[in-house]
Design a protein around this ligand. Structure first.
Ligand SMILES: [Zn+2]
Ligand SMILES: [Zn+2]
Length: 417
């Protein structure tokens, strides 16, 4: 028997209904903020991710699915989508279009991680990028939008963590201070930290090893090193959030390890998932477009939601979303009734109802099946019903039965969705 590959999975009904719910909400909310969907390929040149995500990240150094194409081009299944969106922005000169470019995406990403609860090698992200402005109001609007997506999707108790990582003027001073202090303490830290202390000291700050946390707590805080422009920018983002009544916690250890990440950085955590509790991460990347070859500056900010984890949480707290969605299950008795029922079903479906029809089987079995599918109503169609034009409609929740005409049926089920 052939099985799905380790780290991948099938999303079956009724769980797929929760995915659709989350995606529907995300589209509706993001489109109300004037974002539009962008769809980029799931594979790109390897070099795009090496430059866009960073050579020294775990993602690029050990988690990418890469291969050499027949002509020798190095290709990679996308491990994230910001690099692809910015590549597309540059390639299609989206900077020439009017206004801010507000783009959202959703779809599969690929990383060769060790499979564990809530983590998959093929996983889904819902994300957005807004390109073309450095304004702190843009940051606040994006953050407000993502909080709306989460709460409208049904995630309760989400907490926003916020920080600023400075800019190319002020971050080097912070890095120097960090390097200086790491000289003394790195030897006592985990192997990754010892290596990063030399290569990319910012990444020491997001080490998750419990034994390293006391040392990390004592390292310098980037907030003490922000230049005047970055300090003002951060204060402005915060005041915009305050005015909108969006709560947050400032956590100076929340950093992103790459040079082109600037200023605002954020994460949303959720209590229900234990240690794996980050639902999304995001931040400003004012130098990314230039790093990917753009001739014009394209400051931007974006986020990506780990959809698998979001769905898992929503599923636990809203089991009702997984109920079957059949409005009406029609049980025809005999061949003539089946033909009659197919036309009736088509009429109701055109009106927007979800209708299922039994094609064969004894009435008793058909009604049992209807019950198991969670259909809200059943309708029995036999010779008498066809002759009189009056049908027996049964409410499956209450067991009540009533006699209805075709017109009454249409009235009852039209415009349900
Ligand atoms: Zn700065
Ligand atoms: Zn460490």
């Amino acid at each position: 028997m052939i099985r799905a590959i380790k780290g991948t999975r099938d999303i079956l009904p009724p769980a797929s209904a929760v995915w659709n719910h989350v995606e529907r909400v995300a589209r509706r909310v993001m489109e109300s903020y004037a974002y539009q969907e962008i769809r980029t390929p799931i594979f790109e040149e390897t070099d795009l991710f090496a430059r866009g995500v960073g050579e020294d990240t775990d993602i690029v150094s050990k988690e990418m699915y890469s291969w050499e194409d027949r002509d020798g081009t190095r290709l990679t299944l996308r491990p994230e989508n910001t690099a692809g969106v910015i590549r597309s922005y540059i390639e299609h000169r989206l900077d020439q279009r009017p206004g801010l470019q507000k783009l959202y995406y959703m779809g599969p990403m690929f990383r060769r991680e060790r499979p564990q609860k809530g983590r998959y090698r093929q996983f889904s992200q819902i994300g957005a990028e807004v390109i073309g402005s450095e304004s702190p109001a843009v940051d606040a609007e994006l953050i407000e939008m993502v909080m709306e997506v989460l709460s409208q999707a049904g995630l309760e108790g989400a907490r926003l963590i916020l920080n600023s990582v400075g800019c190319k003027e002020c971050r080097p001073k912070f890095l120097a201070a960090l390097r200086e202090q790491l000289k003394d303490v790195a030897a006592g830290m985990c192997n990754d930290c010892q290596r990063r202390a030399g290569t990319n000291p910012l990444r020491v700050l997001d080490c998750k090893a419990p034994e390293d946390q006391p040392a990390i707590e004592k390292l310098p805080s980037i907030l003490d090193y922000l230049c005047e422009t970055c300090r003002t920018h951060f204060a402005s983002v915060r005041s915009h959030l305050d005015e909108r009544g969006i709560g947050y916690e400032v956590r100076p250890r929340l950093v992103r390890g790459l040079d082109y990440y600037t200023r605002t950085t954020f994460e949303v955590v959720h209590g229900a998932l234990g240690a794996q509790n980050s639902v999304l991460g995001g931040g400003r990347y004012d130098g990314l477009a230039e790093a990917l070859g753009s001739k014009v500056p394209a400051p931007g900010i974006g986020f990506s939601i780990g959809e698998d984890r979001l769905v898992m949480t929503v599923e636990e707290t809203h089991p009702g979303l997984m109920k079957g969605s059949i409005d009406l299950f029609i049980a025809p008795m005999g061949e003539a009734a089946l033909r009659h029922s197919t036309l009736l079903a088509r009429e109701l479906r055109r009106g927007g109802a979800v209708v299922e029809l039994a094609f064969e089987g004894k009435l008793k079995r058909v009604l049992e099946t209807a019950n198991k599918t969670g259909a809200r109503y059943t309708l029995i169609v036999g010779d008498n019903e066809m002759e009189s034009g009056a049908y027996a409609l049964k409410n499956m929740a209450t067991g009540e039965q009533e006699t209805v005409t075709r017109e009454q049926l249409a009235e009852r089920f039209y415009g349900k969705h």
